[in-house]
Design a protein around this ligand. Structure first.
Ligand code: FDP
Length: 328
């Protein structure tokens, strides 16, 4: 009997994949590899805690607010603690920007990397057992190692990212990342405690028929966005909106589609955060052959002025994003 018929093929483990591909990276000292492993380890802990939701008292609001004045959920806070601890102990990161903290954390002056993270995205889905995610961006510091962190280290263009990725806590848990040489996806095998390569060199279809937008807010969209939505309906596109950015992005990455969070009357600059939501997904989208803009400008070319800056976000299949832009 063929071996493949009695044993499922298990892909390369994440650790080995990172090690094998380390040389592609311009600062190949092993530190970035270690940092990615630290993020992967913290995500396994977060995954474990998420899976206990409902059994122990970790659902619901914390009673505090995050940097944007939004209600923090207990799991938001827990995930933030896990990633902060892993990155602090790891020693490779000199600074950490997080949705959950007003200003950046100064971690270790000897570290070479700046991390921006949304520890748990899609908070409104936590309590209802719907997919949520973690999003991260990695930058190389600009100032000299050993010196205090400067603004130039923190407020870097998205195009300066050296790695980015997300973890999707979905029907299975996946870690998807890029270091600028394509996008690869790893599925968590919980009995082994390992992420294994399951999606090699992911490519986003150039076209698609899925549009993801909170159409309940349509009254507060611009006439241009409303016309684009009419176009989607005329074309008989399929509407799919999970309301968890990572999950909506991941589906569109695999199947083709567009995710839009436009400027609205309530959020004239959009709702999503440039530094720890949009930049990472824009980098991944481009690396997979897709596109990401604010309706006019490439996301990766926007100069951040503020840690928690918001932006309108159009991301997904290249042709779909370009079509949407033609309406804006
Ligand atoms: P949430 O507020 O639940 O954390 O990034 C924030 C985000 O979720 C995205 O994950 C999601 O796509 C979007 O906001 C949902 O916002 P709306 O409820 O306004 O549609």
């Amino acid at each position: 009997m063929e071996a493949s018929r009695i044993a499922l093929p298990i892909g390369t483990a994440l650790d080995r994949f990172i090690k094998n591909n380390q040389d592609q990276f311009q600062y190949a000292t092993g530190e970035l590899s270690q940092l990615l492993r630290d993020i992967a380890l913290a995500s396994k802990v977060v995954n474990r805690e998420i899976n206990k939701a409902g059994l122990i008292d970790i659902m619901g609001a914390m009673g505090s607010q995050n940097s944007g004045g939004e209600q923090q959920q207990k799991l938001d806070v827990l995930a933030n603690i896990r990633f902060t601890r892993a990155l602090t102990k790891g020693g490779e990161a000199c600074a950490l920007i997080s949705e959950e903290s007003e200003s950046y954390l100064d971690l270790n002056n000897q570290g070479n990397y700046v991390i921006a993270i949304d520890p748990l995205d899609g908070s409104s889905n936590i309590d209802v057992n719907v997919s949520i995610g973690t999003i991260f961006s990695v930058y190389h510091r600009k100032s000299e190692v050993g010196q205090p962190i400067q603004e130039a280290d923190i407020l870097q263009y998205g195009s300066e990212q050296v790695a980015a990725g997300y973890i999707l806590y979905g029907s299975s848990t996946m870690l998807v990342y890029t270091t600028g040489h394509g996008v690869n996806g790893f599925t968590y095998e919980s009995t082994l405690g390992e992420y294994v390569l399951s999606h090699l060199n992911m490519r986003m279809p150039e076209d698609g028929v899925i549009y993801s937008i909170n159409e309940g807010s349509a009254n507060s969209f611009s006439p241009a966005v409303k016309s684009y939505l009419e176009f989607c309906k005329d074309e008989n596109y399929t509407a799919r909106y999970i309301g968890s950015l990572v999950a909506d992005f991941h589906r569109n990455l695999l199947k083709g589609g567009i995710y839009i969070y436009p400027a609205t009357a309530k959020n004239p600059n959009g709702k999503l955060r440039l530094m720890y939501e949009c930049n990472a997904l824009a980098y991944l989208a481009e690396q997979a052959g897709g596109k990401a803009t604010d309706g006019k400008n490439r996301i990766l070319d926007i100069k951040p002025q503020d840690l928690h800056q918001r932006t309108a976000f159009y991301v997904g299949s290249k042709n779909m994003v370009e079509k949407a832009e033609s309406f804006i």
